[in-house]
Design a protein around this ligand. Structure first.
Ligand code: GCU
Length: 623
């Protein structure tokens, strides 16, 4: 106070003003601190899980229109009065300052990337909030999980303002426990998604596909009994092919809980009791089963029971293995006639997320005469593998360890492992999936090879019933190509990508290429091809014409057939797809044009070249 008497008027005012500010900041700051939303400080929450065969459970479907708030500055994560975990119920006449309202915000469809739903969001990468309300009936002695089919790329989820989980990875499903958050009657769910690409991400910054953001797959609320089947694995025994082996895990079960597995159509039954960890091994004689194959895609209704919980699934049974350089399906050598596919929706573009998209894409696969497909470069919507099971299409599934991820970083390894774990956990029950791919076109150096060798070992532990592969780069010149990447040692099947006739040479260059292979293992050509603008015609040496692309295919087929251990092929690619690195006006216009079908469904000449080769069994050798 002494100070006040001696200072001129202006100085006194200024001093008073700053004092007020100090008090205000103190108050609001602490208010902000107290009001800080749990999101701000990378909150530690229960890790998400993956409930197996959740798409076979009755759920409360939360798809539909969700309110949205665009948040490029991640303001809503900043806590304080700007936290967004739910709309604030303000009493009538309240004068409280609130600077957002989901209820008054525009809506967008879930599932769906946000980019193709609003022109203004076409090139948006960043923070984005989703909110909707739902009615729920609580059931005593039950648990609830929020199921998210995929959220690209990092996400957080709240129910009634309670943070349930955080997640990183744009192409795998995850489930977040909501038991303590849900209530009877009206509930709100808020999901924050940030599609920003990050250097230490999986994938990393640069990809030759469009970074569609958002809740790109189904969202639902799953209710299960207090002890329930969260995981199981059933497979046909490789040695005899006349027994089904596996296990069931019952989350929250007392030791000694009775578990049964039935295949009513085959009159097969097995039962056992859980151990202290809720685990029970399953083994049942299964002679006389119709084994699943592309020719006979037989699926059996499977009923699993544990205490009050019943889970059903539609599963096929087959064995897949290698023998020297052969791939054996149900003990017989097979050649894989395939095609690569991106999860780009035909006709409307954007992420594939419904039965119609999937039926169109797999319909074209069948029309090609293919028995196999490579889902590039990330796990696709579960509808793809479910329909592949039904249609008899073998599947290569992959995690987006693509090009130059930061192999030197342990946390990047942990991210890739988490994605592998989530991918395998979701699709372990899909008979069509025979190959887990751990990477695509990664630089051949010791750090990367050590990283991916650990990934291969991880996958073999997680799922010893399937084969591990990767799409490798080849080295050499126009005359001689070498497949001798040291990572090949860790793989069961070697995939290799090459673009003779497009990125190097002319289509005819392929005629004189000699291949030197360092491994006595099955080889799959995981990519070859070239671009063509649908409807553009010209001489076979006119780049971008359908004739040029078809010429590449003719010469590639001739070249690849000279490789004795070539057991499969997936040319790049079934359909043109959006890519931010393809910008030749009039030809690409933001699309990679290496499709055999345009994004508007026009079949290019090369489609019929490949179809002929597959129909005549003229590409690759089963043995
Ligand atoms: C690469 C890559 C693809 C890419 C393709 C191409 O091999 O794996 O993701 O789209 O080549 O260049 O078209």
């Amino acid at each position: 106070m002494l100070l006040l008497r001696v200072l001129p008027k202006a100085a006194v005012c200024a001093a008073l003003l700053s004092l007020v500010c100090l008090i205000w900041v103190g108050v609001s700051g602490s208010a902000a601190l107290h009001a800080q939303s749990p999101a701000a400080a990378a909150p530690s929450v229960a890790p998400s899980t993956v409930l197996v065969a959740v798409d076979q459970r009755p759920v409360l479907n939360l798809d539909g229109e969700w309110h949205t708030i665009l948040d490029p500055y991640l303001n809503g994560l900043g806590g304080g009065r700007n936290g967004y975990p739910m709309d604030e119920e303000l009493p009538a006449g309240s004068n409280k300052l609130v600077e957002y309202s989901f209820a008054k915000s525009p809506t967008i469809k879930v599932p769906g990337d946000w980019n193709t739903q609003r022109v203004s969001l076409m090139n948006y990468e960043g923070g984005f909030w989703y909110e909707r309300h739902f009615q729920y009936q609580t059931q005593a002695g039950h648990r609830a999980f929020l199921h998210i089919g995929a959220a690209n790329y990092r996400s957080r989820a709240w129910v009634n303002g309670q943070l349930l989980c955080t997640h990183e990875g744009g192409f795998t499903a995850f489930d977040c426990e909501a038991t303590r958050a849900v209530k009877a009657g009206e509930n709100s769910v808020v999901i924050f998604v940030d599609s920003t690409r990050i250097a230490d991400g999986v994938p990393t910054l640069k990809t030759d596909w469009y970074n569609y953001g958002g809740l790109t797959r189904d969202v639902s609320l799953v209710t299960v009994p207090a002890s329930f089947i969260d995981d199981f694995e059933l497979h046909l025994d490789r040695a005899t092919r006349s027994a089904i082996e596996g296990y069931v895990h019952v989350e929250g079960a007392q030791a000694g809980t009775k578990v049964s597995v039935d295949l009513p159509a085959a009159k097969l039954h097995a039962e056992g009791v859980t151990d202290a960890d809720g685990h029970v091994a399953i083994s049942m004689a299964a002679a006389g089963l119709t084994l699943w194959s592309p020719e006979t895609p037989k699926l059996y209704h499977v009923v699993l029971k544990a205490g009050d919980d019943t889970l059903t699934d539609e599963m096929g049974f087959r064995t897949i293995e290698t023998s020297g350089s052969k791939i054996l399906l149900n003990g017989k050598p097979i050649v894989l006639h395939g095609i690569c596919i991106h999860a780009e929706a035909p006709f409307r573009s954007g992420r594939v997320n419904n039965d119609k998209d999937v039926a169109t894409l797999l319909g074209w696969v069948k029309e090609l005469g293919a028995n196999y497909m490579r889902l590039a470069h990330y796990p696709h919507d579960q509808r793809m593998t479910r329909l592949a099971d039904k249609m008899g299409i073998l599947v290569w599934s992959e995690v987006p360890v693509y090009w130059a991820v930061q192999f030197e970083k342990e946390d990047v390894f942990a991210k890739s492992q988490q994605q592998l774990h989530e991918e395998i956990r979701r699709d372990r029950d899909k008979v069509s999936v025979v190959l887990w791919s751990i990477a695509n076109e990664t630089p051949n150096n010791p750090t990367r090879t050590a990283f991916l060798t650990r990934s291969a070992e991880f996958v073999h532990r997680e799922d010893p019933t399937r084969l591990v592969t990767a799409a490798l780069l080849v080295r050499g010149d126009a005359k001689t190509k070498y497949i001798d990447d040291p990572l090949g040692k860790a793989l069961d099947v070697i995939g290799f990508n090459e673009y003779v006739g497009w990125y190097e040479g002319t289509p005819e260059t392929a005629d004189s290429v000699e291949w030197k292979v360092a491994f006595d293992k099955p080889l799959i050509n995981s990519e070859f091809g070239g671009g063509a603008k649908a409807g553009m015609h010209g001489a076979s040496d006119t780049r971008w014409s359908e004739e040029y692309q078809a010429e590449i295919y003719r010469h590639q087929i001739g070249m690849l057939n000279k490789i004795p251990q070539l057991r499969g092929v997936t040319p790049w690619i079934l359909m043109d797809f959006r890519s931010p690195v393809r910008n030749l006006p009039g030809m690409q216009d933001g699309y990679n044009r290496k499709g055999l079908v345009s994004d508007q469904g026009q079949k290019k000449a090369a489609f019929f070249v490949l179809q002929k080769a597959y129909k005549e069994n003229g590409l690759g050798h089963a043995e």
